[in-house]
Design a protein around this ligand. Structure first.
Ligand SMILES: Cc1cc2nc3c(=O)[nH]c(=O)nc-3n(C[C@H](O)[C@H](O)[C@H](O)COP(=O)(O)O)c2cc1C
Length: 332
């Protein structure tokens, strides 16, 4: 069975990529992902704040999740300390590149274009095979227009695109009103891939402490339907490759996302909760299903269920929306 795929111009042995997460904080964990069959790894992000602020201030920016993933730590070495600062990040990236044969994608994460983006060059020099740019930003100011928000992404892409030769992907969020247009502009701006989607963390309120509870919750399985829909819509309309991130847990998710047009599917919560063995289980399920249905390759399936042949995707989506609502019958 040929599971190979091409993402950002990189030839990958299968469509499973470890998305940015604490799993890349140590070399041994990345090696263990490789040994379990992962095709590529995205490193945890180097944040704009880590580049622009000194070490004391950095402590203010807590790393994702803190100690809220007790179960996850049983699969991987304890990671109390990990390379955080910009130089340490680049050294760590080089060490990972030395240790594994799979492509390693570095991740740069910020909210406004600026000098910190120079680190893209450092990532390229440290051996990154590609770069993922994450512009996590929540538009809370009612005076800020959607054009201004989108402009941040376009400028960020242009700045990074101009400074490196390696492929550049952008991890975007779904809360953009004209997402297809936005994606097309990034495509025209030279992005090599879009990661759909960045999962915005949503804080809770702690009623006992009357405080904000920033604990991260893992995605639920049904959340893969959001990237599924958008990949099916965007795949026929863009040149760049598409990666699915959010809610990928099992081989059926991978099949659906690939059929919608994803070049790769990214795993984070599945790996954090079930450890590297989940990779082998997904690959086995994928291979068995494909063999039973006489598929020979992943490429053969890619995009087979996208909306290329749909003349009016908006009307199609609206029709399905009404059909879904009307199909529900409440109990008498
Ligand atoms: C503990 C944790 C740490 C993460 N760290 C990063 C990060 O450094 N950079 C980034 O772009 N995304 C980060 N993410 C987001 C994931 O890469 C992924 O996009 C998101 O969790 C949705 O995928 P999932 O449903 O497979 O978890 C993190 C997610 C988790 C749960």
């Amino acid at each position: 069975m040929d599971l190979s795929t091409t993402y950002l111009g990189l030839e990958l042995k299968n469509p499973l990529v470890a998305s940015a997460s604490p799993l890349s904080r140590d070399v041994a964990s990345v090696r263990s992902l490789e040994d379990s069959g992962i095709a590529a790894v995205v490193m945890y992000s180097l944040f704009q704040e880590q580049i622009e602020h000194d070490a004391a201030e950095q402590d203010h920016y807590e790393d994702f999740g803190g100690g809220s993933f007790a179960e996850a730590t049983s699969y991987f070495p304890a990671q109390a300390e990990f390379p955080r600062g910009p130089d340490a990040y680049l050294e760590h990236l080089s060490a990972i590149k030395e240790a594994v044969g799979i492509p390693v994608i570095a991740s740069l994460n910020g909210s406004s274009p600026g000098g910190w983006m120079e680190y893209a060059k450092g990532m390229e020099q440290a051996g990154a095979d590609a770069l993922e740019l994450n512009t996590y930003f929540l538009a809370t100011d009612p005076e800020t227009t959607s054009e201004a928000i989108e402009q941040r992404y376009f400028e960020a892409l242009a700045s990074v695109r101009a400074s490196v030769r390696i492929p550049v992907a952008m991890k975007i969020n779904p809360y953009i009103s004209a997402l297809a247009h936005f994606a097309k502009r990034l495509d025209e701006g030279g992005v090599d891939g879009l990661v759909l989607f960045n999962r915005f963390y949503q804080p809770d309120i702690d009623l006992d402490q009357l405080d904000i509870d920033p604990t991260l919750t893992f995605s639920a399985m049904y959340e893969m339907r959001l990237p599924l829909r958008w990949i099916a819509i965007l795949d026929p309309q863009l040149k760049c490759s598409l990666a699915a991130s959010t809610g990928v847990y099992n081989y059926t998710d991978v099949l659906k996302l690939v059929m919608a047009g994803a070049s790769v599917t990214m795993l984070c919560a599945a790996l954090l909760q079930y450890g590297p063995p989940v990779i082998g289980r997904i690959l086995e399920g994928l291979t068995t299903w494909m063999a039973e249905r006489e598929y020979e390759s992943v490429r053969q399936m890619q995009g087979s269920m996208n909306l290329a042949s749909c003349r009016n995707p908006a009307a199609f989506e609206r029709g399905n929306y009404m059909r879904a609502l009307n199909s529900f019958t409440p109990n008498a």
